[in-house]
Design a protein around this ligand. Structure first.
Ligand code: HH2
Length: 278
């Protein structure tokens, strides 16, 4: 397994698990909608996450929670580009969380390090936007359907096999455009067109996805499957989220995408000191 993730400015060493801190510049995200919805507050949040130990910042301007309304291109650009500009000065890799090729292009022109696409670059022009860049990193995530409909009775014969086949196909699509494998990480997309049982099956059998030969990124933070397991509302899922991050690292993930950076970074330090998850 390659233990680096090549991105625009940084070759990220994955020998230590990386904490990707979530910055939602949205009024309607599922757990923190509206909290960082203007540039100034979003940048304060970025600085705080870096101080808390974020290795990577992930900036998104469109909520992907089930049933979320789509955001027009100009609105998404207006939300994310000013935050990206400030975040790029903080000394850590910055990722842009978008499905729109035009947002990817503009963000990459501005210097973004990584494109994180929950749609795995399936919109026309998205693969090309990444392939036109010499070195940016990319995260390809599995999603069944789209955010408007994805939680309506998701069904699979074998969720792990189907996620794996999908990610394999997307990896090949990028490699076919000469995007080097070391720029790419993969994500099974917890909660995106999956039932509680599907998500837990993906967790238990996560190691099967390592056979694709690329590092895994996992995003369990505050998600509803953790609510189903614990009976807790979204604002009370810190312990469950940290446990899920540790479990995913133990099962081979190299990047965890989280809201609660300080708690996750601390837990991973102890985990690492115990010789686990390395
Ligand atoms: N989850 C969310 C958004 N982007 N990207 C990746 N690679 N993996 C994920 O699991 C993932 C993601 C959803 O979480 P959040 O950003 O907190 O909520 P919202 O989409 O409502 O803004």
């Amino acid at each position: 397994m390659n233990s680096f993730w090549q991105t625009t400015r940084f070759r990220i060493d994955l020998s230590r698990p990386q904490v990707m801190g979530i910055v939602n510049v949205t009024p309607d995200s599922f757990s923190d909608g509206g909290l960082h919805a203007d540039t100034g507050r979003a940048l304060v949040h970025c600085e705080r996450l870096v101080a808390e130990g974020a290795d990577i910042l992930d900036i998104g301007g469109e909520s992907t929670r089930p049933g979320a309304a789509p955001v027009p291109l100009e609105e998404e650009l207006a939300r994310v580009l000013p935050v990206l500009e400030g975040a790029l000065k903080l000394g850590v890799p910055v990722s842009i969380d978008t499905v729109k090729p035009e947002v990817m292009k503009r963000a990459l022109e501005q210097g973004a390090d990584i494109v994180n696409d929950i749609n795995a670059l399936r919109l026309p022009g998205a693969v090309e936007a990444v392939a036109a860049h010499p070195a940016c990193g990319v995260c390809l995530m599995h999603m069944r359907g789209d955010p408007a409909t994805m939680q309506q009775r998701p069904a699979y014969d074998d969720v792990v096999a189907e996620v794996r086949a999908f990610l394999h196909e997307r990896l090949q699509a990028l490699e076919g455009k000469d995007v080097a494998a070391e720029r790419i990480v993969l994500d099974p997309g917890i909660g995106f067109g999956k039932s509680v049982d599907h998500n837990l099956e993906l967790m238990r059998r996560q190691r099967e996805l390592l056979a694709l030969g690329r590092p895994l990124l996992l995003g369990w933070s505050r998600k509803s499957t953790l609510g189903a397991l614990t009976g807790r509302p979204v604002e009370e899922r810190l312990a469950a989220s940290v446990a899920a991050a540790l479990a995913s690292v133990q099962l081979g993930a190299r990047i965890v995408r989280v809201h609660d950076v300080a708690a996750t970074a601390d837990a991973l330090k102890v985990w690492g000191a115990a010789g686990l998850g390395g």
